[in-house]
Design a protein. Structure first.
Length: 113
């Protein structure tokens, strides 16, 4: 099993990377600084694009999973996602990223996992 970075270090690195490329990043919900899972809400010019979550796979290693339709379920999908994550995983982080090229970000993130 591979070692994971502490959640606060990984969150800061992702946010810095997005901001370096001219994007915007904000923490919507701060979780456990060491063990928390990360959920990235991706937007392009304020329009929802999808969600990237780090999940444990069948081989018991963590990898990024992209979901494009997660936020189409209700009237305020981001608020609902925050409430659901808070209820089921109080250690989780929710980070909103507004980036110019979400396709490239998703490809690079999922390939590096």
């Amino acid at each position: 099993m591979s070692e994971r970075l502490p959640a606060h270090v990984e969150a800061a690195a992702i946010m810095r990377c997005v901001e370096t490329e001219g994007g915007f990043a904000t923490v919507l919900r701060k979780g456990d600084p060491d063990r928390g899972t990360l959920t990235l809400i991706l937007q392009k010019k304020g329009e929802f694009w999808g969600i990237l979550e780090r999940e444990m796979g069948h081989s018991f290693e963590y990898g990024w999973v992209f979901r494009a339709n997660e936020a189409e379920q209700g009237s305020n999908p981001i608020a609902e996602l925050i409430a659901r994550k808070s209820r089921f995983d109080p250690d989780s982080w929710l980070i909103e990223l507004d980036i110019a090229d979400p396709e490239r970000f998703i490809a690079e993130t999922t390939a590096s996992a």
